[in-house]
Design a binder for this molecule. Structure first.
Ligand code: PHE
Length: 457
């Protein structure tokens, strides 16, 4: 029998087959387009340096403690994020309203997936482009043209992203463990090897020193209020925290696994992959006279340039976009799992039905993102296109708010006894550091960034 842990509750959806399976699943959730597509492009838009430093700080003092909090809450509640927050809310403080934290998360997951699937669709399209040798003898102008031709064509992007969403729903419908586990086990090592190959290329052929300088030289005067919010928001996004994805996965974690050690492993791997990706991209950008603030197309334009110049480039390029698609897939699965688990438990639907309906709603919403790169690309408001707005709303506002509520719940509402029994019954130094951080440092850091974002400080 699987050890259910100190709460004595058991998961309704089965358990991970092993600790490694859980680490793989959470790593699969964390590592995705956030690391390889989003991190380089938003770092580029925000001037590098200071942005990267704030992001790294946010990972350590905000992302990591919240990841631990989410896993511990999930494992203790053993339900979907909404029911778990309600159950623990009642248990710890008599307040069932904590369930709204779960509701916010389920909603944020769908909103994020609606644009995530569109970008993942681009990655799928790039598999085909690469295999068809579209990047042979590429120039800065030709890669831009290939990218624009894709993004501005709503029918092409629409088809690929629909395929991607169907594939995501398919895995979800089959259950949590089969599928995800196998995909990540093969994909993650392969992705790392390919990134290292690309890194080698960047060091030799790219403007490597310039890339490093761009990324790490702190120029705090260039960091705007929005940049600060985006750095914090990206720490949430890249670790998949703040919306219950990790909480949902924690619900299937056997009771005897060390949450702290696992979380550290996932965070280190995720951060390393993002930094390597950026160290690949920027040297290529500078060596080819591209602009670091090219926006969402940055990776899709810079990497093909490198591929076109290396021996076997078409093969490596095809492989890389296949792996990126897989990385995005394992992340998308985790975005959809909270809503699906909720429909199953709350509405009594079958897994297949829940997955199809959640995917259908997400698909309808995602059409707005598809159009915001094509037909509606000139329809800008507030921060830019519809995509710019929905990206900012979900990542820089909803995830930090969700994360704030989660850290307050774990640090202040849950009894010390409850959190200690999940994290470390002996309440050793690491536990005490976590608790202090989750109670004071993490919430204050989030509040400070949000207040600065709205201009109060
Ligand atoms: N962490 C994923 C990535 O970096 C995105 C994600 C966000 C996944 C939120 C789940 C929940 O691509």
């Amino acid at each position: 029998m699987t050890d259910t842990g100190t709460s004595g509750r058991t998961s309704l959806h089965g358990f991970w087959s092993s600790r490694l399976a859980f680490i793989l699943a959470v790593t699969g959730s964390a590592v995705g387009l956030g690391n390889i597509w989003r991190f380089p492009y938003i770092a580029g838009e925000n001037g590098g340096g200071a942005f990267v430093i704030v992001y790294l700080l946010a990972i350590v003092i905000v992302g990591l403690p919240i990841m631990m909090s989410e896993v511990l809450i999930g494992r203790r509640g053993r339900r979907n994020p909404v029911s778990t927050m309600r159950l623990l809310g009642e248990e710890e403080s008599g307040a069932a309203n904590w369930k709204y934290v779960g509701v916010l998360g389920v909603g944020a997951g769908i909103v994020i997936l609606s644009f995530y699937s569109v970008i993942a669709g681009w990655a799928v399209a790039y598999v085909i482009e690469s295999a068809g040798n579209a990047f042979e003898d590429a120039t800065a102008a030709s890669v831009e043209q290939v990218f624009n031709a894709l993004a501005s064509n709503p029918v092409r992007t629409g088809l690929w992203h629909t395929l991607f969403l169907v594939a995501t729903a398919f895995v979800i419908a089959r259950g949590v463990e089969r599928g995800i586990e196998r995909a990540v086990r093969v994909m993650m090592p392969a992705l790392i090897v390919l990134l290292l190959v690309l890194l080698g290329y960047s060091v030799v052929e790219g403007a490597f020193a310039q890339g490093v300088q761009f990324m790490f030289e702190p120029r705090f005067e260039e960091l705007t209020r929005d940049g600060l919010m985006e750095a914090l928001g990206h720490a949430f996004f890249t670790l998949s925290v703040g919306m219950g994805a990790v909480m949902a996965y924690g619900a299937y974690l056997p009771g005897d696994a060390s949450i702290m050690k696992m979380s550290v492993a996932v965070v280190v791997a995720d951060t390393a992959i993002a930094l390597i990706a950026a160290l690949v991209v920027f040297p290529i950008v500078f060596a080819n006279g591209l602009s670091p603030d090219a926006g969402p197309g940055l990776v899709f334009q810079s990497l093909p340039l490198a591929f076109s110049q290396m021996p076997g480039g078409a093969v490596i390029s095809t492989l890389l976009f296949v792996l990126l698609t897989f990385a995005a897939w394992t992340s998308a699965i985790s975005m959809m799992e909270p809503a699906t688990a909720w429909c199953i438990e709350r509405l009594g639907w079958s897994r297949a039905r829940a997955a199809s309906i959640v995917a259908g709603i997400t698909w309808a919403l995602s059409l707005l993102t598809v159009l915001s790169f094509s037909t509606l690309s000139d329809a800008t408001f507030l921060r830019g296109t519809f995509f710019d707005n929905i990206d900012f709303l979900s990542n820089s506002i909803l995830l930090p708010l969700g994360g704030l509520a989660i850290t307050i719940f774990a640090g202040w509402i849950m009894a010390r006894r409850s959190t200690a029994s999940e994290l470390d019954p002996e309440a050793g130094t690491a536990y005490r550091i976590w608790r202090f951080t989750a109670r004071y440092v993490t919430p204050l850091a989030i509040i400070a960034v949000l207040l600065r974002g709205v201009g109060v400080i």
